[in-house]
Each structure stands twice: as C-alpha cells, then as structure tokens.
Design a protein around this ligand. Structure first.
Ligand SMILES: [Fe+2]
Length: 254
C-alpha cells in the first residue's frame, strides 16, 4: 500500500469562492504547505477584505510575488496572485490589496524576488494560471477552449519572467491550475504538460473535478505528484488516490 507522505504540499488556487473556513482547514495540515490563491479565492468583494482575510489566516504559507526556500532543498518562487489568464488582467480585489500593479511592475516584482534563489537547488515556479507562449489551440496547456476563436490564454507577466530567469538559471518546474483538463463544447481533454527548449517542465494540475467515485461508491481524490532526487526532477504524475491513500490510477507525465 502506498501511503500519501509528501514532504511539502503546494496549493495553486481556486480553493473556494473566498471562504476563510477552507483556508483555516489548510492551516491544520501537518505538512509544510505553500499556497497560491486563484481568481475564485478573491470572492466578489472589491474592497479586498475577503482576499485579505485569507492572506492573514495563511500567514507564512501564503505565496505571491515572492521566493521561499524550503528546508535548504528547494526554491519556491511565486507569481502574481489570483491571476486568470488572458494576458494581463488585475482584478479589483487584487488592486484593492496591492494597488494598481502594471504588467511591467508584476514582472519586476517576480524578478526581484527571484534574485534571492539558491542556484544549486531546484526552482519551482508556482502560479494560478499558466504562462502565455505555450500554444493557442483549444487543447493547448493554456489555450482558450470555451469560445471561438481559440487563443493563447496564458499570463504574459509569468511568461516574461520565465524567459528572463531562464537567462540566469534553470527553472525546473512551473506548476499551475486554472485551465481545466476537460474542455468545453465537447472538445475532449487538454494537454496537461509540456517541456520547453530550456528543459523547464510545465505542469497543469487542474484536474476538475478533483473527486470521483467508482461503481461501488468508493471515493478517489486527484493529486499532482512530483519527486526530486539529488536536486533533479525525477518523476511527475497525476494520481488518483483512494481514501486509504492507495494509488488507484496514475498517469506518468515525466
Ligand atoms: Fe482559476
């Protein structure tokens, strides 16, 4: 039996529609946790209070425009919070908390944070939406599938930051959610991973819904699973786990 025992857990957003209750449950996890919030998490509260409450509850776990070094083993760089793709769009909720950050300022904030990274350690870049530049088909990893014409729906500030950082070091993994695996209008399923020319692996973890049951009514939960060994990426998969922590299905991506 394979029990779920990760060293760290990353949340890449759309955890709720702004419920602090769920965020408080994340705080109860007895595993080091890093949380990027998504566009849904900000709620519909242009005062920014809903978003601020979650940021306060998460404390050190909260990730946005910063770099955290985990246990001298891993650089965890975070992009703009609550992003929703489509190039660059800053919602009123994010503006209320952070001010009217421009695309260029967002890039600068990410790059400034990245300067503190430890070169010898792997770098994970986490974001809510993925970057632009990875394809413009409906089934591209960040492609617009819900309306014609399809187009590249990634975050531009994230893409610019990635290419700037790649000039100075390797980015091992870019992980995000937001772009659901099941496409709208019966177009099938999305490509959920990609590797670029610099060897950066892009992992879309938005398997939606994250729960399913089999014919016997047993419940399964989906997690994206990543393993590093000797400072190198060794394994990436999407896994369905039973409630007992057994792997029920696994799609190996790397
Ligand atoms: Fe989202």
């Amino acid at each position: 039996m394979s029990i779920i025992k990760p060293d760290i857990v990353l949340f890449v957003g759309d955890i709720s529609d702004g419920s602090v209750k769920i965020i408080k449950k994340i705080n109860l996890l007895n595993i080091p946790t890093f949380v990027m919030l998504g566009n849904h998490d900000r709620g519909k509260d242009s005062s920014g209070e809903t978003l601020l409450k979650q940021i306060r509850v998460l404390g050190e776990k909260y990730c946005a425009w910063d770099l955290k070094i985990f246990n001298n083993q891993l650089n965890i760089l975070s992009a703009r919070p609550c992003s929703s793709g489509g190039g660059y769009y800053l919602s009123n909720e994010v503006k209320a908390v952070y001010g009217p950050i421009s695309e260029e300022e967002s890039v600068n904030k990410i790059l400034k944070s990245s300067e503190k990274n430890i070169q010898d350690l792997p770098l994970i870049f986490m974001s809510h939406s993925g970057p632009s530049g990875l394809g413009s088909d409906p089934n591209s990893i960040c492609g617009k599938d819900w309306k014609e014409p399809s187009c590249d729906w990634g975050d531009r500030d994230l893409a610019i930051s990635i290419s700037e950082i790649q000039k100075t070091r390797k980015i091992d993994l870019v992980i995000f959610g937001h772009m659901h695996n099941r496409l709208k209008r019966n177009q099938g399923f999305r490509k959920m991973s990609k590797i670029d020319k610099k060897g950066t692996f892009y992992l879309n973890s938005a398997i939606v819904p994250r729960y399913k049951t089999n014919t016997k009514g047993e419940l399964f939960v989906n997690f994206s699973w990543v393993e590093f060994a000797e400072n190198k990426l060794k394994h990436i998969s999407h896994r369905w786990y039973s409630e007992l922590g057994e792997i029920f299905e696994e799609e190996i991506l790397f």
